[in-house]
Design a binder for this molecule. Structure first.
Ligand SMILES: [Zn+2]
Ligand SMILES: [Zn+2]
Length: 298
């Protein structure tokens, strides 16, 4: 970003106030429209002093990004809530496809999860670079574009749920459950800590999955854990939004599945899942965009 020591009107041409500028000179405090601009071999140059000029579009993009980074996640909630509808055609295709895949016995749920994860991770990648226009992935290979994201989503879910699963196995007989019974204050405390990890680490596991595209990295909690302090308050806000979205999915999808009209219930559930995966991807994308420098992703 070009530094602007003293604010001046750099968005509009100084000579032609009705025309937007293309470049501006901080030294002369003047802005130049297309016809007033002078382009040298190394870029826009001030026609008055000959110094380097700043490009208006780059300056605007840098200011927009700086504003986005200074805002909390709460300010993005409206955009997140509308995000699946920015590309309504892809949203409908995703919802219907997931419903059809879920109807296939045995592998259907995995294919459905793969499709949802592919869209969600793709949405995250697009939003993380500031592109909120669409989220349709290019499916060049089923292995890479469907099973890959499905396994990443399973890895992220597993590493988040791992302490909880381990504790359940520990409590189940035959084991040391005689030492700590279920309902014992220590058991309750451990169960709460496992739950806190499950809810708290899940967004980070998804971010690591999307950024690394590696199941091993996703299963390594240290990869994500060390990034949490770097994200500061943005992390906790992201966690709250992801928790509400995915909590709603866990409540509504089984309820819709119980509707007396079997396929309609599955279809409605698939649309809820599609909405949750896309808006979760959008939320995580915003979190990365806001904290990319601190996370070492820029
Ligand atoms: Zn001009
Ligand atoms: Zn100048």
């Amino acid at each position: 970003m070009t530094s602007l020591p003293t604010a001046f009107e750099w968005r509009m041409c100084t000579k032609h106030p009705g025309l937007v500028s293309e470049s501006f000179c901080v030294k002369c405090r003047r802005a130049f429209c297309h016809s007033c601009s002078k382009i040298a071999s190394h870029g826009p140059t001030c026609p008055i002093c000959g110094d380097f000029c700043g490009a208006t579009r780059e300056q605007e993009e840098a200011e927009t990004l700086a504003q986005l980074r200074s805002r909390s996640m709460w300010r993005e909630i409206r955009v997140i809530a509308r995000y699946p509808l920015v590309d309504i055609q892809s949203y409908v295709i995703l919802g219907v496809s997931v419903a059809l895949l879920n109807a296939i016995p045995v592998m259907g749920w995995l294919l459905g999860l793969g499709l949802l994860a592919a869209y969600g991770l793709h949405a995250m990648a697009r939003v993380s670079v500031g592109d909120l226009s669409d989220f349709q992935p290019h499916f060049d290979s089923i292995a890479d574009d469907l099973f890959g994201p499905a396994f990443l989503a399973i890895c992220a879910t597993f590493i988040s749920a791992a302490p909880h699963l381990a504790w359940q196995i520990f409590l189940s007989p035959p084991s040391m459950s005689g030492l700590i019974q279920e309902g014992h204050p220590l058991s309750t405390l451990i169960a709460i800590l496992c739950w806190v990890w499950q809810v708290g680490y899940f967004p980070m596991a998804l971010i690591v999955a999307g950024e690394s595209k590696s199941c091993l990295d996703t299963m390594n909690p240290w990869k994500g854990f060390q990034l949490i302090p770097r994200m500061g308050s943005i992390y906790w806000e992201t966690m709250a939004i992801v928790f509400v979205l995915n909590g709603a999915r866990l409540v509504f999808v089984p309820l819709l599945g119980m509707l007396p009209l079997p396929f309609l219930g599955t279809l409605a559930g698939a649309f809820v899942s599609a909405f949750v995966f896309l808006s979760t991807g959008c939320t995580l994308g915003f979190a990365i965009r806001k904290r990319a420098p601190e996370m070492g992703l820029e």
